[in-house]
Design a protein around this ligand. Structure first.
Ligand code: PBG
Length: 326
């Protein structure tokens, strides 16, 4: 039998040779670590569906952010869990609210850490939706933009480096850009959750952030997972409205979307959110001894990068940093 001259296995012979010819490497500078901040002191509430992730009071959130920073993580994204919720999510844009305080405290404690502030209402509204709801249960787009403007302003004032609107309201990037510019925060960047799908993989996050909708679902604002091409339109609109970074979310079941967006818009930094359900599935299977956690994590994060994401938001960030070695 005659073999072809090129034999791919030559370049798979040793780990060093495989490293030499690999196409994809994870960069620790491009991982963002999510932190859930709640009220109180010395609180560290485990989230049953997300092993090793906690609801932390500000004092403990600072410790967690420091630990991540010392491991080499350069960015965190913060989610607030207020004690009081109301139908307009007032705590989201209260200058003395939990999230405003958390941004301020973490940024003051670790000035070089990039603080990304998720800007949405669902953690702060009594009904759990990402916008204002009318008496018929409709989520109102334009009145919600007014609240997002206030929210972005407050987060920028507290020191956030990047505002990340995640509510999938039409025009949210334009509204936030206007609000930031009008208030002399033109140097604060916007990372938009541009192509955010209505997904069952957010389940554990909603336990963590206590943000499950009290009625209905998010299908009238988040994207339909049967559509990939519409992601191009969503990203294009966000770029036109002034987004500095765009995002595809979730990541794992949407690698095709990540690739499409990177191919269509190679010039804009692309983030992908390796969401709670994707984390929990690995943790649960590993816990049962059905999967090798570390190997699965590396394979998933590498796949997201290989598909075209520049930035990856992941609950595995600390674990990844330990492997990558800072
Ligand atoms: C807020 C928000 C959500 C996530 C990030 N920002 C929840 C949602 O849209 O229901 C999900 C993150 C995750 O699952 O890890 N709108």
């Amino acid at each position: 039998m005659k073999f072809p001259i090129t034999r791919p296995r030559r370049l798979r012979k040793t780990q060093a040779i495989r490293d030499l010819v690999r196409e994809t490497a994870i960069n620790i500078d491009q991982l963002i670590y999510p932190i859930f901040v709640c009220e109180g002191e010395d609180v560290k509430n485990p989230i049953p569906s997300m092993p090793e992730i906690y609801q932390l009071s500000i004092d403990n959130a600072i410790k967690e952010a420091k630990e991540a920073y010392e491991l080499g993580i350069k960015s965190v994204i913060l989610f607030g869990i207020p004690n009081k919720k109301d139908d307009v999510g007032s705590q989201a844009y209260d200058e003395n609210g939990i999230i405003a305080n958390a941004i301020d405290s973490i940024k003051s404690a670790i000035p070089d850490l990039i603080v990304v502030a998720d800007a949405c209402l669902c953690e702060y509204t009594s009904h759990g939706h990402c916008g204002i709801v009318d008496k018929n249960g409709q989520i109102l787009n334009d009145p919600t933009l007014e609240l997002l403007k206030k929210e972005a302003y407050v987060y920028a004032k507290m020191g956030a480096d990047i505002i990340a609107p995640s509510g999938m309201m039409d025009g949210m990037v334009k509204a936030i850009r206007e609000s930031l510019d009008e208030n002399n925060f033109s140097d604060v960047a916007i990372m938009s959750y541009s192509a955010k799908y209505s997904s069952s993989f957010y389940g554990p996050f909603r336990d963590a952030a206590q943000s499950a909708p009290a009625f209905g679902d998010r299908k009238t604002y988040q994207m339909d997972f049967r559509k990939a091409k519409e992601a191009i339109k969503e990203v294009l609109l966000d770029i036109e409205e002034g987004a500095d970074i765009v995002m595809v979310k979730p990541a794992l079941a949407y690698l095709d979307v990540i690739k499409t967006i990177k191919d269509e818009f190679p010039y804009i930094p692309l983030a992908a959110y390796n969401v709670s359900g994707e984390y929990s599935m690995v943790k649960a299977a590993a816990n049962l001894g059905w999967i090798d956690e570390k190997a699965a994590m590396l394979e998933i994060i590498t796949a997201i990068k290989r598909a075209g994401a520049d930035i990856i938001i992941t609950y595995f960030a600390k674990e990844m940093a330990k492997i990558l070695g800072g």
